[in-house]
Design a protein around this ligand. Structure first.
Ligand code: RIB
Ligand code: CA
Length: 294
């Protein structure tokens, strides 16, 4: 039995690895991709999703989502990390694909969940605006929700907040109430892949993905002095594909939605959340490499 999967994403270099992993995994049936603002604008994240699916040979529909956070001004994007186009300046080297679903992301999510005979897994790997809006009508009706986001011991966009949560803190707080599996940067940082791993990717998809990392890799070299990248979103999608590949433990959490310096931070709270805390890192790296190479 394959797992029906929808990915909500803001591609983004690590999102590209996550999409490739999903398309190349027989365990899942990718029902669609919904896009959201985040790493770059909604125009760029949507075009990037379309072109990445064409590269991957996937006919999964793409539905365009939110261009800004719920009820607040848009926050800075992450073009310094992913490049102005979201894919290290290489987006236009990918195959053209103009197919777009007539529905917006939330309508697509609602209709697809309602039409599925099996419970649908949603992997949310960008800001959570679309997912929060989905929950206005579909609370309790997502089969499984896996979210890449948050930092338990600290953040990446501020000392305490992680980018996806920080980009729409109000939406993130609403989504926490849905008891997601949360894959925080505390774990994704331990799953970093180095230059040798990237250069070990083979085949058209593997070598193209490696080519999309140039700006992303430069950012991490400049920031950390190491040659390697964080494939945050691929770690989360690995859990959507192979439930249990990550070890989780329940935390009682909330999100700081104040206007203070802590905005977007995970804080102790009342929402039970299954937080991914551990994995066999070497086995995960091998799993990703094997799936992304031919
Ligand atoms: O903090 C990491 C997350 O923010 C990842 O999803 C990355 O793609 C960015 O969206
Ligand atoms: Ca992302």
């Amino acid at each position: 039995m394959t797992i029906p999967l929808i990915i909500d994403t803001d591609p983004g270099v690590d999102d590209a690895f996550a999409l490739a992993l999903a398309v190349r995994s027989p365990e899942v049936d990718l029902l669609g991709v919904t896009t959201v603002f985040g790493n770059v604008s909604i125009d760029h994240t949507t075009r990037n999703a379309q072109r990445l699916l064409a590269l991957l040979g996937s006919t999964a529909p793409v539905a365009r989502g939110a261009d800004r956070a719920m009820g607040e001004i848009s926050r800075p994007d992450a073009r310094l990390v992913h490049g102005d186009d979201g894919l290290s300046g290489k987006a236009l080297t990918l195959p053209v694909n103009d197919r777009i679903d007539a529905r917006d992301a939330v309508e697509f999510l609602r209709d697809t969940i309602d039409a599925s005979a099996e419970p649908v897994t949603v992997a949310a790997i960008g800001p959570l605006t679309n997912i929060a809006r989905l929950l206005d009508t579909h609370a309790g009706r997502i089969g499984r929700l896996v979210v890449m986001g948050g930092g338990i011991a600290g953040g990446n966009v501020t000392p305490t907040a992680e980018f996806n949560i920080w980009s729409d803190a109000d939406a993130a707080r609403r989504v926490l109430a849905e008891r997601p599996v949360l894959v925080p940067i505390d774990l994704t940082r331990r799953c970093a892949v180095d230059g040798a791993w990237l250069e070990s990717l083979t085949g058209e998809v593997g070598t193209t993905l490696e080519g999309l990392t140039t700006r992303y890799r430069e950012f991490y070299l400049e920031a950390n002095g190491i040659d390697g990248i964080l494939v945050h979103d691929a770690v989360a999608v690995a859990e959507a594909i192979k439930p249990g590949i990550l070890t989780t433990r329940e935390h009682l959490l909330d999100v700081d939605t104040s206007d203070g310096d802590g905005r977007g931070s995970l804080v102790p709270g009342a929402y039970p959340v299954d937080v991914a805390e551990d994995t066999d890192v070497e086995a995960l790296r091998a799993f990703l490499r094997d799936r992304l190479s031919v």
